[in-house]
Design a protein around this ligand. Structure first.
Ligand code: NAD
Length: 354
């Protein structure tokens, strides 16, 4: 890892906390963790490294220009990994405003301040600097049964969330082309793993199945996602930071396409074997098909040839091993789950529109 000081935005969220834990434990880098601590951000996700001497946390909105400027000028990072975002599609359907505020305008402020700081660096440090814009496969829209997204696929976002992320990607690319800021954009498929907020599909199904609550599957359960274990995503991001082409874009995917209904069935089978319950019975009987998400994208799938050849990355975790680790983690971290949901979310249905 050639970067000594890395600014991570959204470092108290699901993927951000995995990035921060990795940087602190496995590299010598100092991590500047900037997070607003929304309902989705929790220092409890960093409990074992929060006090580490190379972890510096600032509670701050990425749209707070004054604070962001001060962090750049005082702490002098050589890289930014920008993960802070409103990230839940269902919430974006119910209330898009914070998505535009953070994902679009917040990214704009961060780019502006990164550029201002970068322009003041010596030429050597300028060449080293990277701004990594972390994005999603959802910006490419919805696929039918065949084909995969490549880096050249047109942007066709269809939800307020994906539209706000697409807008942020366009800004980041524009700051490269227009001002020369060394930006790289990554687009990743659906992540899963420990510390994911319980509103998201896999942890929601795990927790409800453990408690014998209904398992709400949207529509007919046929929608397909390409699942990626979060630690594989972290490896990909750090690989791109080190070896990625400035101005480049990289698709990241687990190469593991599954229909939602099949994911739920696998979760049920794992929980039936790890935590059998005579009272609850077979978990598959808890599955309920419920009203579909408005505008629900049918299928996402990533062509990852470019990151494999240019960066030398490929996912290490299979869905079987990753899902098993994830189920085990939620089973033994119920206190974390209670804590992050408290007063904010009771696993109610979100995203039916306004
Ligand atoms: P998350 O919701 O778990 O975490 C987001 C974090 O950002 C939280 O800690 C939150 O407090 C923080 N945050 C929100 N608004 C902020 C603001 N205005 N200022 C500072 N901090 C703010 O999300 P995640 O799943 O970890 O996703 C992280 C990034 O990765 C997002 O940009 C998301 O679009 C992208 N992504 C996620 C996935 C996925 O499957 N989870 C897939 C592809 C891309």
């Amino acid at each position: 890892m050639r970067h000594e000081t890395v600014l991570v935005t959204g470092g108290a969220g699901f993927i951000g906390s995995a990035v921060v834990r990795h940087l602190v434990r496995k590299t010598k880098a100092t991590v500047l963790n900037v997070d607003k601590l929304t309902y989705a951000g929790h220092l409890a996700s960093l409990h074992d490294i929060e006090e580490h001497s190379r972890h510096r946390f600032t509670r701050c909105d990425i749209g707070d220009r004054v604070s962001i400027r001060k962090i750049f000028s005082d702490q002098r990072p050589s890289a930014v990994i920008h993960l802070a975002a409103e990230s839940h599609v269902d919430r974006s359907i119910d209330g898009p405003a914070p998505f535009l505020q953070t994902n679009l305008l917040g990214t704009f402020v961060l780019l502006e301040e990164a550029l201002r700081y970068w322009e003041g660096l010596s030429s050597g440090r300028k060449g080293e600097f990277r701004f990594l814009q972390v994005s999603t496969d959802e910006v490419f829209g919805s696929l039918s049964d065949s084909g995969r997204f490549t880096e050249d696929s047109p942007y066709r976002p269809r939800s307020p969330y994906s539209a706000s992320k697409a807008g942020a990607d366009h800004l980041a690319k524009a700051w490269f082309h227009t001002y020369g800021l060394p930006v790289i954009v990554t687009s990743s498929s659906n992540n899963y793993g420990p510390y994911q907020y319980p509103e998201k599909f896999i942890p929601l199904m795990i927790l409800n199945a453990l408690e014998g609550r209904p398992l709400p599957v949207y529509g007919n359960g046929e929608n397909v996602r390409d699942w990626l274990f979060v630690e594989d995503h972290v490896d990909a991001l750090l690989g791109v930071l080190e070896r990625g082409r400035v101005g480049g874009t990289y698709n990241i995917g687990g190469g593991c396409e599954l229909r939602n209904i099949d994911v739920v069935r696998r979760i049920c089978a794992l929980i039936d074997s790890y935590s059998p319950s005579a009272e609850i019975g077979p978990r598959e009987e808890l599955i309920r098909f419920v009203a579909d998400r408005p505008g629900h994208d049918y299928r996402y799938a990533m062509d990852t040839a470019q990151i494999r050849s240019e960066v030398g990355w490929s996912p290490r975790e299979s869905f079987e091993t990753g899902l098993s680790k994830t189920v085990r983690w939620y089973e033994s971290n119920r206190a974390w789950c209670e804590r992050v949901q408290a007063g904010a979310y009771q696993r109610e249905r979100l995203g039916l529109g306004r």
